[in-house]
Design a protein around this ligand. Structure first.
Ligand code: HXC
Ligand code: NAP
Length: 287
């Protein structure tokens, strides 16, 4: 789909890059020639991924860093820059989430998700953005949001509130920092199986089947589909895309949104009867 050197010369930091979709993006970016820096809280998530990339001949480094702490972010960027060179691309992918009735949540539960998703994304973007502006670097920020960033969703309210904020950040900085040569874009994924999301959000096989049935394509997303989109968006090929959020969900959120989409479940006889009833008497005589 892409030339093998699409991302050659780029150094990309991916938060939460040791697991799930972050790992898949890191692997795809590396295969397209990028140097990779991954950060998250646990070395046990980061080290195996970095080693896997190095064993495949790629350049990859990791730093433990809790994105809720601006001091740790600054140190991680310093250390990764020393080993990888100047950073060109930031992927704000780290997240926390769980399903719960909102009335069951404590303020600390709310803060734990807001801290990772909203504050973490803001802190990382701010620290790197300031450096890019100071050095006149034409950087790219890619934020991973969700489709409920604009629809909202019950039972994941801390996440919905945070992702809505990240979407607003994306669009706001696209304008403010676009003038300084920094692009901001976002991806809104539908359901992509990962251990992190499934352990917390998909407690049983029947939930997974329900999720598939709520999708016009009747399936979940494949990691390669998302990581190819991410590679395109951070590449120079997408250099005029700024402030856009690209949905990759097989049409899932639109299926929930269109008022008459539920008619997909009606049998053929229903549509035949409707068609018959609509035809004028002379049409019926001629048929
Ligand atoms: C209710 C919960 C809870 C749960 C934790 N808390 N889990 N409340 N239901 N399932 C409460 C705790 O009781 C505590 O409040 C507070 O939250 C902080 O808990 P900690 O365990 O100390 O939090 P922390 O160690 O910071 O961990 C953060 C975390 C955890 C978000 C709770 O799940 C985590 O580390 N997640 C990272 C990975 C992740 O979530 N991946 C999924 C991303 S998927 P009290 O008051 O008791 O002290 C995703 C998909 C989006 O985003 C869209 C899909 C379509
Ligand atoms: P995941 O594997 O659980 O990814 C979350 C990552 O965030 C982990 O690597 C975790 O690593 C890191 N992280 C959590 N808290 C952190 C903190 N305080 N500081 C630094 N890193 C932290 O889940 P995923 O499904 O791949 O999710 C990746 C992204 O896709 C998220 O933004 C999520 O909202 C989004 N998304 C996923 C889906 C889906 O269906 N999977 C759908 C829509 C959107 P550590 O534990 O080592 O810190």
């Amino acid at each position: 789909m892409f030339s093998e050197d699409l991302l050659k010369g780029k150094t990309i930091i991916i938060t939460g890059g040791g697991t799930g979709l972050g790992k898949s993006m890191a692997t795809r970016f590396a295969s397209l020639g990028a140097r990779i820096g991954i950060v998250s809280r646990s070395a046990s998530n980061l080290e195996p991924t970095a080693n896997q990339l190095r064993e495949s001949g790629h350049i990859a480094e990791f730093e433990t860093c809790d994105v809720r702490d601006p001091g740790q972010i600054s140190t991680a960027i310093d250390r990764l820059t020393e080993r990888l060179g100047p950073i060109n691309v930031l992927v704000n992918n780290a997240a926390g989430n769980f399903i719960s009735r909102t009335e069951d949540l404590s303020s600390r539960a709310f803060d734990s998700v807001l801290g990772i998703v909203l504050h973490g994304t803001v802190y990382f973007s701010l620290e790197l953005g300031k450096r890019w502006i100071a050095s006149s670097t034409r950087g790219v920020m890619l934020n991973i949001v969700t489709t409920y960033a604009w629809t909202g969703s019950g039972y994941v309210v801390p996440s919905a509130v945070s992702k809505a904020g990240v979407l607003a950040l994306t669009r706001s900085l696209a304008v403010e920092w676009g003038r300084k040569g920094i692009r901001s874009v976002a991806i809104a994924p539908g359901m992509f199986p990962t251990k992190g999301a499934w352990d917390r959000l998909v407690p049983s096989g029947s939930v997974e089947e329900t999720l598939k049935s709520r999708n016009p394509l009747n399936r979940l997303g494949e990691h390669s589909e998302l990581s190819n989109l991410a590679a395109f968006l951070v590449s120079d090929g997408a250099s005029y895309i700024n402030g856009e959020v690209v949905t990759i969900d097989g049409g899932e959120w639109l299926m929930g949104a269109g008022q008459f989409n539920a008619l997909s479940g009606m049998p053929d006889q229903f549509w035949e009867a409707l068609r018959e009833g609509r035809r004028k008497p002379q049409d019926k005589d001629n048929s």
